[in-house]
Design a binder for this molecule. Sequence first.
Ligand code: HEM
Length: 490
Amino acid sequence: MLVILIILAIGVAFYFLKLNYQYWKKRGIPGPKPNFLVGNMGRSFILKASPGEIFAEAYHKYNESEIVGMYRATTPVLVVRDPDLVKEVTIKSFDHFSENDYEVDKRHDPIFARNPFVLKGEEWRTVRAQLTPGFTSGKMKWLYPYLEKISENLVKFIETQINTNCEVKEICRRFTLNNVATCAFGLEGKCLEEENSEFRQLAKDFFTPPSSFFLMTVSPTLSKALAAGFIKKTIVSKFVDMVTQTLKYREENNIVRNDYLHVVSQLKKNSNNYKFTDIDVTAHAAGFFGEGYETSSILMSFVLFEIAQNPHVQNKLREEINKAFEENGTLPYEVLQSLPYLDGVVNETLRIHPPMFSLQKICTKNFTYTSKNGNQVTIEAGTPIILPVYGLHHDPKYYPDPETFKPERFMGENREKLTKYTFLPFGEGPRICLGKRFGVLQIKVGLAYIIRNFELSVNGRTILPIRYDPINIMTAPVGGLWIDFRKIEI
Ligand code: HEM
């Protein structure tokens, strides 16, 4: 009897799953055929491709369609191909798509669960508004001399590495960690100066293995059921200690430092409508730490790789930077911000290697739109929406010859001619990356000092063509990026 019941239950489950996989077909929305239980994520589950790569492939395959219906395991998800619909999702109809599709519980991960990236509704709105003053251009200008000093130390550090093999992601990580230590906590990170500095150790221990975030991407529901966190539990008390001690030291010694820790600690004193506790202060300082170094070091290492691969770009960039140094004696904040070729190089790297492959939103209220051929399509509340950043950035329709590195695409009138909402390295609209200004600033200043002082070429240890780690939701290169540096005498 029990056996019959089990067979019956499996049969019913199988029937409903089959029915579930008809979801997009029934609505006339094209997409790849799903496989039982894994949907379209099969290659992701066996670690052959990251979810972002799978979405990018579908983006390219269904190039006649504005949207593509796919299945993330058993969940129907909608991939948005059309830039006008990207605008609709991120800006025009933001109230239907205001949440990111990640679930983190405060009990399991008290730090990441407070990050604006995963907050929802009114709580997100309030916290976002509270943290925004920490990233104004005035704040960036104030931080700039610290970033310059760390960039000088970066040059000294690379000089000591010249005859060894240099993996630049690690070098960039040590640089961005020092920046974050200073700009968020007012502390010296010593990550370039000491092999085993406390901050480097903290960074190594910070994130849970990439598998947790991977799970959040392929199946947020399963990740929630398994109580997966993003930041290791053991790290929370270390951050609480660091923040408490630093604030105590400042108070006892009457030190007011205009950094991020000051901004978030003031929120505790001044917030009246939203209770801001010690754990909130710690969580936001730790948020700056986590987001400040990883995405930026990925991007910076890819910029170094691209300029090492493209000597004509490298020479042109060096000319621009040297001229700026020579005309001013140093490299003032405003001058750095006004260098068009440097800006083009950074943007073109963000296009080819966006640190985040794709963005995951969720539709919170039914949304009906009219497609270009006049059909009405209703996106139901609860449907995850994928913005295929990597696919859009590599579409020859918007970026001719998309695999070729051309900083000029982002300069002068070329930039004006780019199709809007096809360049999304930081997202768009009210949820656009909060730390964009800081991320780009620290990369630009570090690059300027490197390019002035060294000639770069790609070392044979770099695996070409670049492949991305399938378990990492960010574009982490398999095998690292290895660069040879040759000192230029100034
Ligand atoms: C160059 C490096 C960076 C890249 C490429 C990057 C990219 C992104 C992307 C794609 C998003 C998601 C946007 C969306 O949901 O539509 C995001 C969100 C966010 N980023 Fe960044 N980021 C970078 C650096 C930083 C830095 C340095 C910080 C802080 C110190 C930061 C803080 C945040 C925060 C708080 C959010 C959540 C915003 C919200 O949902 O309201 N990011 N970032």
